[in-house]
Design a protein around this ligand. Structure first.
Ligand code: MG
Length: 250
């Protein structure tokens, strides 16, 4: 069931979104060669808690950290670790959520570690651009399939593939609400978008096959062929004035 939010609720969600975004930016600034993913997670948690908010991911389904940190061929749900030290040329996807005033914000970004190869920069650029193609279609009267189609068309036209096994989602008092928001789809199909819907649009784009597998820790999700993957996400409110990104810097 899709839960529509009032204008007041969306304003509260903007506060949660702002903290999520600031935590993500701080995490991105910490990405450099020699830093552990554990340290980045510590920065995220400390910032969110200092704001009087709660890290949405900590303990969610048993997830042991505040941020998912997914390096290179890891698509999503990478578990931060003291043993994982970032290297020059890595691409580092960081996914962060914060709960404040009873509502979540959810966002992700892939950051370069030092200078990266051209192909690594290219997949980050295309994934970010595909997110904004999706957001452009997050318009009342459209359907969920219009968002997915826009993302898929943009990425596939540039010879990348779209992960199928994981999708975007509604956001609200729960981190994951209805509807599911796939990054692929058919125009004019799926749930109709209405003012008051808040959704996380989050393309996960692969360099090679779209297929992924989950490692034995039951979290870490990697590309089936070991090639690169990138992930960008914003929490977006559908309003009568068009899409409003709640996880934007001020
Ligand atoms: Mg999400």
């Amino acid at each position: 069931m899709v839960i529509l939010k009032t204008t007041r609720e969306i304003a509260l969600m903007r506060e949660a979104g702002r903290i999520s975004q600031r935590a993500l930016l701080l995490a991105g600034k910490a990405v450099e060669p020699g830093v552990s993913t554990f340290e980045i997670d510590r920065i995220v948690r400390e910032y969110i808690e200092k704001q009087g908010a709660t890290p949405s991911f900590l303990g969610y389904g048993g997830f042991p950290a505040s941020a998912c940190i997914s390096v290179n061929n890891v698509v999503i749900h990478g578990i931060p670790s003291k043993k994982q030290i970032l290297k020059e040329g890595d691409i580092v996807s960081i996914d962060v959520g914060a709960k404040l005033n009873g509502y979540h914000g959810d966002n992700a970004w892939t950051f370069p570690c030092g200078s990266v190869f051209e192909e690594a920069q290219a997949i980050m650029d295309v994934t970010k651009e595909s997110l904004f193609e999706g957001i452009k279609n997050a318009v009342a009267g459209n359907r969920v399939g219009d968002i997915g189609h826009a993302v898929q068309k943009y990425a596939e036209a540039r010879s990348y593939s779209v992960v199928r096994d994981f999708v975007g989602h509604g956001v609200g008092a729960k981190l994951h609400e209805d509807p599911s928001v796939p990054n692929y789809g058919t125009p004019g199909r799926g749930v109709r978008l209405l003012p008051g819907m808040v959704i996380a649009i989050e393309p996960m784009i692969n360099q090679g096959t779209h297929r992924v597998r989950v490692l034995d820790d039951n979290w870490t999700t990697v590309t089936a062929d070991g090639k690169l993957s990138a992930h960008f996400e914003h929490t977006v409110a559908i309003t009568s004035n068009g899409p409003v990104i709640l996880t934007m810097p001020d």
